[in-house]
Design a protein around this ligand. Structure first.
Ligand SMILES: [Zn+2]
Length: 232
């Protein structure tokens, strides 16, 4: 039973997957959303509580549906699905491009017909993200009169950017999914760390000089940032 995925009928042929987890310290059955996976977890005090747990989960189906929608279920990159690119919604279409590259045409994103679509798309997004970040970092560094080292993109769970003492900058490639002003704010933030390796008043004053509306972008990241992690 433990860690076993169960399908709950959610009406109209719709199904919601719930993972069972036995926790002997739990006093009663309970439902929660795992923020890391975006999935529903049914907690049971013992194996015998499975029937009761399933009845409970089925009675809570509307609550589950609304919670899952708020947290955001994982959204795999696949043909026909949509995701935000630089803040605009684009739809993934397989082909008809014959070259090896991904092609953006209006709101359609053409991906070559063969191979691993998700892997190819992630590579393309990383590259695009790196290009955008390099351009913005170069501009902010020129304004501040600071030198930066290497710039890299990764996929960290919680941080959007970081700056080493040596001046190397690292960013989340997922910033390319956010509106350009948000990506630009993170670039400005890390460049400002080349002057101030802290978050003191002088640091924020410099960020504001580079990006006067930085508070709006910072709030956007706090609110909407976690949802960018559901695109896989
Ligand atoms: Zn910082």
């Amino acid at each position: 039973v433990n860690d076993q995925p169960l399908q709950l009928a959610a009406g109209a042929g719709d199904r919601i997957e719930v993972t069972c987890r036995i926790n002997r310290r739990a006093r009663r059955v309970g439902l929660r959303i795992d923020n890391a996976t975006g999935k529903a977890v049914l907690v049971l005090p013992s194996r015998r509580a499975l029937d009761e747990g399933l009845r409970f989960a089925e009675a809570q189906i509307e609550w589950l549906r609304s919670r899952l929608a708020a947290v955001g279920e994982p959204r795999p990159f696949r043909a026909g699905s949509s995701f935000p690119l630089e803040g605009r919604t684009v739809r993934i279409v397989r082909g008809p491009v014959t070259q090896r590259n991904v092609l953006l045409y209006g709101s359609l994103l053409f991906v070559p017909p063969n191979g691993d679509l998700a892997a190819r798309l992630r590579r393309w997004l990383r590259q695009r993200s790196l290009q955008r970040l390099e351009a913005r970092v170069a501009r902010h560094a020129a304004v501040c009169g600071v030198r930066v080292g290497r710039i890299g993109v990764r996929d960290p769970r919680t941080r959007w950017g970081s700056c080493t003492r040596e001046g190397d900058l690292s960013f989340s490639w997922r910033l390319v999914l956010a509106p350009p002003a948000v990506l630009d704010y993170v670039a400005a933030h890390e460049v400002a760390h080349r002057r101030h390796l802290n978050h003191g008043p002088a640091f924020w004053a410099l960020v504001e000089r580079l990006r006067p509306d930085y508070e709006t972008q910072r709030d956007w990241l706090r609110l909407e940032g976690p949802s960018l992690h559901r695109y896989v």
